[in-house]
Structure formats: C-alpha cells, structure tokens
Ligand binder design. Sequence first.
Ligand SMILES: Cc1cc2nc3c(=O)[nH]c(=O)nc-3n(C[C@H](O)[C@H](O)[C@H](O)COP(=O)(O)OP(=O)(O)OC[C@H]3O[C@@H](n4cnc5c(N)ncnc54)[C@H](O)[C@@H]3O)c2cc1C
Length: 228
Amino acid sequence: MQLKLLTTKKEAGDATSFIFEPDAPLEWKAGEYMFYKLPHENTDNRGDERWFTISSAPFEKHIMLTTRFAGDKASSFKKRLFAMKPGEEVEAKGSEGDFIIDEPDREYVFIAGGIGVTPYRSIILDLDNKGAKIKGKMLYGNKDENIVFKEELEEVAKRHPEFEIRYFIGDKHVDAEAIRSAAPDLKSPIFYVSGPEPMVEAFEKTFLDLEIPQENTRRDYFPGYVWP
Ligand SMILES: Cc1cc2nc3c(=O)[nH]c(=O)nc-3n(C[C@H](O)[C@H](O)[C@H](O)COP(=O)(O)OP(=O)(O)OC[C@H]3O[C@@H](n4cnc5c(N)ncnc54)[C@H](O)[C@@H]3O)c2cc1C
C-alpha cells in the first residue's frame, strides 16, 4: 500500500514522528509494525528497506512512525525519510507482529530502551481508549533527559492509579533489581521488552536468571542501534 505523508512532529531530542494517511483503510493491532520501501539515490549498504513500529494507536486512524535521526552519520534511508515533504508517498507492507496485548486485564511490566518506546505508545493509548484498567509498571531507560512521548504517557498514567512509569536515565540502567522492585511476584505479570537488539538480548538472560516463565515474556528487537 502507499502511505501519504500528512505531517511530521518533532519529538524529544533527535526523534521525529511521521504521520501518514494510508491509501486504503488499514486495521492493525497496537504494537504491530510495518515494512517500508523508500527507493532513493546513492543508497548506502543498509539498503532502502526498513521496519518501523506503528507508534499511533488504532483509534487515531493515521499511521505514525517515530524514529531518530543521527545527522551526518544517518543512513541514506533516514536522510531520504527526513527529507520527505507532506504529500509525498512511501510504499509499506503489513501490519504484522506479536508484540501485542492479548489479555488487557493482566498485570504488565513494559521495559523500554530509548526509541524502543514506540510500541508502548500505541499499546498504552489503546488500552486507555478501550477503557481497560492499566495495571503494572513501565521501566523506561533513556540515554538522557530527552524522553520520547514522556508527557503523553504520563497523561495516560494519571488516569490509571495502578500504573506507574519509572525512568532510568544515563548510567542508571533497568536491571534485575529494578525488575524485582517493579514486580515482586515475578510469576504473574507479562514482561515486555523493546529496544536496541543487544539490549533485548541482555534482557532475555536477565529474565532467565530471574526465572520468569518464558511464556510470560514478549520481545521487540530494533536492529541498527547501539546499546548501551
Ligand atoms: C520490528 C521492528 C520494528 C522497528 N521499529 C522501529 C521504530 O519504531 N523506530 C525506530 O527508530 N526504529 C525501529 N526499528 C529499527 C529500524 O528498522 C532501523 O534499523 C533503525 O531505525 C536504524 O536505522 P538506520 O539503519 O537507518 O540507521 P540510523 O538511524 O541512520 O543510524 C543508527 C545508528 O548508527 C550510527 N551510525 C550510522 N552510520 C554510522 C557510521 N557510518 N559510523 C558510525 N555510526 C554510524 C548512528 O549514529 C546511529 O547511532 C524497528 C526494527 C524492527 C525489526
């Protein structure tokens, strides 16, 4: 399908959201992603295709992707994406993915590493919009105080007394202790982790060490970003 760029929104730090209108109605589940193809001149060795989570919630109707821009060091794909003007189109396929919520009434621990926050914006706004009681904690690690979607997520958290967002900035990382403190009963919540690939791999080990049942864990990997 073709997605037409409606507008862009500057987010915290080096992140920007791109808001698109699909050329046909699209239904998706909060937490899913799409596959994008953006042909451009002087394509570097990372190519002209990428995956991006849909950071908008289904009730918002538009498709939003949110990503970082590394300036001169950015890939040719990102340079082309960030040069897009409203009205221009990009080809996309999907949606797909299993980083979704099956049981809205469960207790959740959402672990986010930096831009790995994108699926949680969709998931948390969707749960709120559906009138679910959001229960659990979000453990949000970021390299600095430029915390993407901070205000929007806190606005939702205010309406859900059983949901709390804890931040881990700079050298302070989400670790086994932080997980234990967020969920003293490690057997009951569902643990989600989303962020740079090496971070998610590190959490797989932490979950094993904490003896969290594997069926209670979900992962979303973002290749192409360094961590820590
Ligand atoms: C299912 C899925 C969902 C995803 N969802 C998202 C999402 O919602 N948002 C998102 O941002 N990404 C998401 N990703 C990752 C995305 O597809 C890209 O891999 C990622 O954004 C990196 O983009 P890029 O390769 O264009 O690199 P860039 O973002 O341009 O660069 C990435 C890093 O590499 C460094 N770098 C680049 N070139 C050089 C160089 N020559 N020398 C030194 N350092 C360099 C940059 O400084 C930067 O730190 C998702 C991936 C998957 C698989």
